[in-house]
Design a protein around this ligand. Structure first.
Ligand code: MN
Length: 366
């Protein structure tokens, strides 16, 4: 390197998250062109729109159907994806989200729970063997549900809004669905039984106690995403991480370097008790943050809306300062972003967020 950058040590890494439909050569090039060096990939096909994915649809009847039971992610599949990504000068940092086909009975405490737990362990062994350091996951029955698409963004940008008064939070989950995806298309009039807070914590503790020792052995960090939207109860089921004080409790279940956070700044800010700066400072210091969703928002539950990265309630520059102070050497990715009015609405939104992040990182000499 030359000139003023000669003595600069780049610790923090800029990444991009790609949905399954975006795992193409063209989008790997797009990521590099926008300054990203790392990727976080999703291997579950749930966002509709192919190369123009959109969150701004009505997903309250489900994200889609997944029929991958028994089709686990193999070492060969993960390893060849990693090599393909590396051929573009990028590093595969994490996989985000399990496929509901692979773990629905772990979430629902159903009869296939133990077999599916063995399947997840096989997946984590494959992830570790392929040299992918982080597995992001979201332990939830209702999943991401209850958003309204609206043109509430700056300049009339399409974005996501959550208004508790606009939904019936007790709408039950139909049988054959979990995590807002259908895993069994056999028609049934039944619904998922109500789940208490105590019950969801028991299910989660079972999962963590089983998976973390395997992850630790394989050098993989399990990184937990908080509940989006962060309300205590949705669709008749309690949610785990709707307050920061609840989110932090996961560390007390299993003490391991492989047990940590997929820290979503937007979701934490939406929480009734959310203090993103304190949370970042505390857990960066303890090395408990796998990677960060760098997203901004206006408002909190019961009413908030997702906004462009520069215009929300979080002072993103202050947050970056906290990351710098703690010598954070992990990856930041933009999370959701409002869509921009053009033919490539998702790409334009991401390029805007990445450009902002890159500029801020340079200005702060990160
Ligand atoms: Mn997020």
């Amino acid at each position: 390197m030359k000139g003023i950058f000669k003595h600069q040590i780049f610790l923090m890494k800029l990444g991009l998250g790609l949905y399954k439909s975006l795992l193409t050569e063209r989008n790997f090039k797009f990521a590099r062109q926008a300054g990203a060096t790392h990727l976080v990939v999703q291997l579950v096909d749930y966002i509709k729109g192919g190369d123009n994915p959109s969150l701004m649809r009505n997903y309250n009847d489900g994200w889609g159907i997944t029929e991958n039971e028994g089709k686990l992610w193999s070492y060969d599949y993960l390893s060849s994806l990693k090599k393909q990504i590396e051929s573009h000068g990028l590093t595969l940092e994490a996989i985000e989200n399990f496929d509901p086909s692979h773990w629905y009975d772990i979430l629902l405490d159903g009869p296939k729970k133990e077999r599916q737990m063995e399947d997840l362990k096989t997946i984590i062994r494959n992830v570790g063997k392929a040299g992918i350091p982080i597995m992001g996951y979201y332990f939830s029955l209702a999943g991401v549900w209850g958003w309204s698409p609206s043109e509430s963004g700056r300049g009339g940008a399409k974005s996501v809004e959550f208004v508790l008064d606009n939904i019936d939070p007790d709408t039950p989950i139909p049988e054959g669905m979990v995590w807002n995806m259908v895993y069994n298309t056999d028609k049934s009039a039944n619904t998922v039984s109500e789940v208490s807070r105590e019950e969801i914590w028991q299910r989660y503790a079972y999962f963590l106690k089983e998976i973390i020792p395997v992850a630790e052995e394989c050098g993989v960090m399990m990184a937990a995403h908080p509940d989006d939207p962060p309300v205590p109860r949705l669709r008749g089921t309690a949610r785990l991480f709707y307050l920061t004080s609840e989110y932090e409790k996961l560390l007390g279940v299993v003490d391991s370097p492989s047990n940590g956070f997929e820290l979503c700044m937007g979701t934490v800010q939406e929480m009734a008790d959310g203090d993103i700066y304190t949370l970042l400072d505390k857990y960066l210091r303890l090395n408990k943050i796998g990677y960060i969703h760098f997203r901004n928002v206006k408002g909190k539950v019961p009413h908030y809306r997702e906004v462009f990265v520069d215009e929300g309630d979080i002072d993103m520059i202050k947050a970056l300062g906290i990351l710098k102070k703690n010598s954070y050497n992990g990856v930041l990715i933009p999370d959701h972003t409002p869509e921009m009015s053009c033919d490539a609405a998702w790409h334009a939104g991401m390029a805007y967020a990445l450009g902002y992040m890159k500029g801020a990182m340079q200005a702060l000499q990160i």
